[in-house]
Design a protein around this ligand. Structure first.
Ligand code: DI6
Ligand code: FE
Length: 444
């Protein structure tokens, strides 16, 4: 591991089977068995000790604990604190012991991705480098619609196989909760296929995948010239997909090359009628008032927001809508217009950071790398970036049971082979995660 060699050497993760060291009790065989069963139910499933913890369980700062200990049972955190304060001898406390150096953070939450797709758009990358703009390519029938053709042409199994390596890469670099949007199917069967694949990926990798219905992503050719008719159709598909348990939230691409604010409102009204939360691709390429629109629906998040005005930021603050920053798209499109970062800070709007993993504008396979880009392009502090990819990412998905290390929350955490939290935003590439745990189970 190149990066680890460049950094301070780390002792290897050591496991010890503590079960073997339950103190023997002189009694009949039956009594011993009963006693061991009682001890076993009280024992934690796992206890990791020796690492620095960045709990983020504080309004400011990393909530750092040196020489910490973290224990879990039944998928939930059971102890978070100093090793010295453990309530007994480690050997007797848990069934599995992990001795490790390095850093432990909450599992990363990637709250905005389009990770399910087929094909790729490397040729458009080349065209843009020759001077074509993202809008030029979209208006010429490329862009999102070229991925729609690839998704429609792929079987469910093909789509799973094409998408799985991307989810594997995100997981390997620390992601334990992943949002995945539809939006490259644009008809009932293909939107359903995408959402089904997203659910299957969550099961396959043992991480929590949250699905978002993004039929209002682009106008499919069969509805050319009739965006309102398409929105009617997409609104019609939603209850059926929701009834199949395939939809956790609803999103739209509210943009000159996407859908109008009025069309977005119609889609959001349909979401509201089903009790589904909304989020929005807002004000990425122009200010259509998207951030305020999403806030008006109590939106979980407004995403991109490079062109959002102060009024939009204030609407987000009032509604508790999270600002999702997507520096991968900013980077790849070589944008220059920054999101209104000072206003977001001044109005205390929580900022999340996500990968936006998609084939057009952000072919980014690491949320940690998105954190790095958020620091270099948007000047987030490494602490803001880490909070954005954990606590605030969870909030952008409406999830309150994760995003910090705290007793009672999900045992989603990452053991990194670096010591300082800022290193997560400092190293470019390299793969720094030693262990990625979702619900107390090691998944990478
Ligand atoms: N997210 C999106 O949905 C669009 N831009 C973005 O950042 C386009 C995705 C694509 O080009 O496929
Ligand atoms: Fe996106």
């Amino acid at each position: 591991m190149e990066v680890a060699e460049a950094a301070e050497p780390m002792p290897a993760l050591a496991t010890a089977d503590a079960t073997a060291r339950v103190p023997a009790i002189a009694a009949t065989a039956v009594a011993v068995a009963v006693m061991e069963a009682a001890v076993a139910t009280e024992r934690w499933d796992g206890l990791l000790q020796g690492a620095t913890l960045a709990t983020l369980d504080a309004a400011n700062g990393y909530g750092q604990i040196e020489n910490g200990a973290l224990a879990w049972k039944d998928g939930v955190l059971a102890y978070v604190g100093a090793r010295a304060d453990l309530p007994g001898d480690a050997d007797t406390l848990a069934n599995e012991l992990f001795e490790c150096a390095g850093l432990v953070t909450p599992g990363l939450v990637d709250c905005h991705t389009h990770a399910v797709f087929a094909g790729n758009r490397a040729h458009e990358f080349e065209m843009r480098l020759q001077g074509a703009t993202y809008e030029d390519i979209a208006r010429a029938g490329g862009g999102i619609l070229s991925t729609v053709r690839a998704v429609r042409g792929a079987s469910e199994a093909d789509l799973f196989d094409a998408s799985a390596p991307r989810v594997a890469a995100l997981l390997r670099d620390g992601v334990t909760t992943l949002e995945i949007k539809s939006g490259y199917g644009l008809d009932f069967d293909n939107e359903r296929k995408m959402l089904r694949v997203a659910r299957q990926l969550g099961k396959h990798f043992g991480i929590d995948v949250r699905t978002t219905y993004l039929a209002a992503h682009a106008l499919p050719p069969e509805f050319s010239g009739d965006a309102d008719g398409y929105i009617d159709a997409a609104i019609g598909w939603l209850p059926r997909l929701h009834a199949e348990g395939l939809v956790d939230a609803v999103d739209a691409f509210c943009e000159g090359i996407g859908f109008s604010p009025a069309q977005t409102r119609r889609m959001f009204n349909a979401a509201r009628a089903l009790g589904l939360p909304v989020k929005l691709h807002a004000d990425q390429l122009s200010d259509l008032g998207g951030a305020a629109l999403a806030s008006g629906y109590g939106g979980l998040s407004a995403d991109h927001i490079e062109h959002t005005s102060e009024a939009g930021v204030m609407a987000m603050r009032d509604a508790g809508t999270v600002a999702v920053l997507l520096p991968g798209a900013f980077h790849v499109l070589r944008e220059t217009r920054l999101p209104p970062l000072d206003l977001l800070r001044a109005h205390a709007v929580p900022m999340a950071v996500a990968s936006d993993c998609n084939p057009g504008t952000s072919p980014l396979l690491s949320l940690r790398h998105a954190m790095q880009l958020a620091c270099t392009h948007f000047r987030l502090t490494p602490e803001e970036a880490l909070r954005g990819a954990t606590t605030h990412g969870a909030r952008a998905l409406g999830l309150q049971d994760r995003g910090v290390l705290r007793v009672g929350l999900r045992a989603d955490f990452v053991h990194w082979r670096v010591r300082q939290p800022a290193e997560l935003c400092y190293w470019l590439g390299g793969g720094l995660a030693d262990g990625v745990y979702a619900g107390g189970v090691q998944r990478a």
